[in-house]
Design a protein around this ligand. Structure first.
Ligand SMILES: Cc1cc2nc3c(=O)[nH]c(=O)nc-3n(C[C@H](O)[C@H](O)[C@H](O)COP(=O)(O)O)c2cc1C
Length: 368
């Protein structure tokens, strides 16, 4: 029997996984059709990776307004639901489990996606980043500050996307409140200078997240809702930490204990933040004692580090991103302590099968 913690079953409350290896959400920009709907190659890509304890799909826009990357699939139209149905059926047929990541990019979008209209954001502050448009990378613009009615509509869009996700056969949804996108933009003082009920205090800046969870809870079981946060994101995707950033995440994560969520998915810092006075450099160490539910940890993990985090009780499961691009059978490779194949970053976001469905599985037979 293989004793690696990563390969043990996870059974916590109503959330059960056959192993603790999670496929992290990754935008792959393959929805190259008018409908922005998943099709055959998506079915094959996710099917190949179904031995993961849990697959979290690429970020999928909850509405037209939410889009901000070329060829990302949505979950707001009939055609998209039909496309995703084939994906969930294929993953389930292989015995896998799959959540969809619900995405609104906010100010990371570009007028090119919206017929010239400005992207929506908590405040009219340009992230001074790049947006991945149909014409390549372009500088972001100063977005439009959302009106209250637009915030309410966005919450409803999350709700109807979650309803669509259930119809499409997903095992759950992951709210993308991470990586500098819309919900994360609400959390930080540097991106949210609103003076109404959605800005000003920590509670107000976190309010939209809880309203989104509450709205989604109305259309699906709370135990099927996951959530992603990246507290120490700084200098990437236009985000700048401030002295209230970590206290805001402390407040959010403590408050999440009142819910029976499937899991909380946290990222360790994406880059070196040791010289940022406001940053926490060890995310699992800070938040494992605070969050009482299932904790998935991510970013720059290999097999050894993943096993040791679980063994030390710092996380319940580990999400792997780039290793899953090039190792569809990551779980089997861990089982066999086999070497991993390298990923090709040049084909992360290119159309078609190359660099997507053509990474081979290990051909060697199982070792002891
Ligand atoms: C090609 C690519 C696309 C990504 N797209 C998403 C995404 O849609 N949603 C998300 O939350 N994170 C996204 N990420 C971040 C990954 O989920 C993960 O946090 C990151 O790759 C670090 O984990 P790793 O070191 O295991 O790759 C993406 C990363 C890569 C490499």
């Amino acid at each position: 029997m293989n004793k690696q913690p990563l390969l043990e079953k996870l059974e916590k409350g109503n959330f059960q996984l056959s192993n603790r290896v999670v496929m992290a959400p990754m935008t792959r920009s393959r929805a190259t059709n008018e409908e922005k709907a998943p099709f055959d190659i998506h079915v094959e890509y996710y099917r190949q990776r179904a031995s993961a304890g849990l697959i979290i799909t690429e970020g999928s826009q909850i509405s037209e307004k939410a889009v901000g990357y070329i060829n990302s699939p949505g979950i707001h139209t009939k055609a998209q639901v039909e496309g995703w149905k084939k994906v969930t059926e294929a993953v389930h047929a292989e015995g896998g489990k799959i959540f969809i990541q619900l995405w609104h990019v906010g100010r990371m979008s570009h007028p090119d996606f919206h017929g010239g209209d400005l992207p929506h954001a908590p405040s009219a502050i340009n992230p001074n980043a790049k947006s991945f448009t149909p014409e390549g990378f372009k500088d972001t613009v100063t977005p439009k500050e959302m009106k209250l009615a637009e915030i309410k509509q966005t919450i409803l869009d999350y709700q109807s996307a979650a309803k669509n996700a259930m119809e499409a056969g997903f095992d759950g949804v992951e709210i993308h409140s991470s990586n500098g996108y819309l919900l994360h933009q609400f959390f930080n003082k540097t991106s949210n200078i609103r003076t109404d009920e959605y800005g000003g205090s920590i509670e107000n800046r976190a309010k939209i997240l809880f309203e989104v969870i509450d709205a989604i809870k109305e259309v699906m079981p709370e135990e099927k809702i996951g959530l992603r946060l990246n507290p120490s994101l700084n200098g990437i995707f236009g985000m700048t930490m401030d002295e209230e950033t970590i206290p805001t995440f402390d407040y959010i994560i403590e408050k999440l204990n009142a819910y029976k969520l499937a899991y909380l998915h946290l990222s360790e810092p994406f880059n070196d933040v040791s010289d940022i006075p406001y940053a926490v450099t060890k995310i699992a160490e800070r938040y494992r004692p605070i969050f009482k539910g299932t904790l998935i940890i991510n970013a720059n993990f290999d097999q050894e580090k993943g096993n040791s985090y679980i063994l030390e009780g710092l996380a319940d499961a580990v999400a792997y991103g780039k290793p899953y691009v090039s190792n569809p059978d990551l779980v089997e490779r861990f089982e066999q302590n086999a070497p991993l194949a390298d990923w090709d970053a040049d084909t992360f976001y290119t159309p078609g099968e190359k660099g997507y469905t053509d990474y081979p599985k290990l051909s060697v037979s199982k070792s002891i």
